[in-house]
Design a protein around this ligand. Sequence first.
Ligand SMILES: [Zn+2]
Length: 134
Amino acid sequence: MKTPAIVTEFRDGLASGKLLIQHCNDCGKPNMWPRYACPHCQSENLGWVQSAGAGTLHSFCVLRQGAPEGHEEDLPYAIGVVKLDEGVQLAVRLLPSGPEDWSGYACDDRVEFVPVSAEQIEKRPCARFKRTGG
Ligand SMILES: [Zn+2]
């Protein structure tokens, strides 16, 4: 599947170990997910900045069966919604704290971005996070 141009920079950032968030060059506010126009001021003058990669786990679930088509081979895996300290949120993959073990996670946990290889991003282009200190 061809990557939509609007997410190319985000994915390229992940492949080089950086978590990028869209940033409005006119009003200075962050946007996530990427948009063609700023939801705060409607400017199309948008760029990207590197996130510090720290945030709070808003919600998550562990999938052990019933994965969407094309994701079956990843089972089991966990998806979380992380609210970054920059104020925007995104869906991420949560890394297990042990083999197939996400039992240590709880909502409102502090979590941090984990860079992974370009090959892993090519296979599954999403940000990986883990519990801070875990
Ligand atoms: Zn703006």
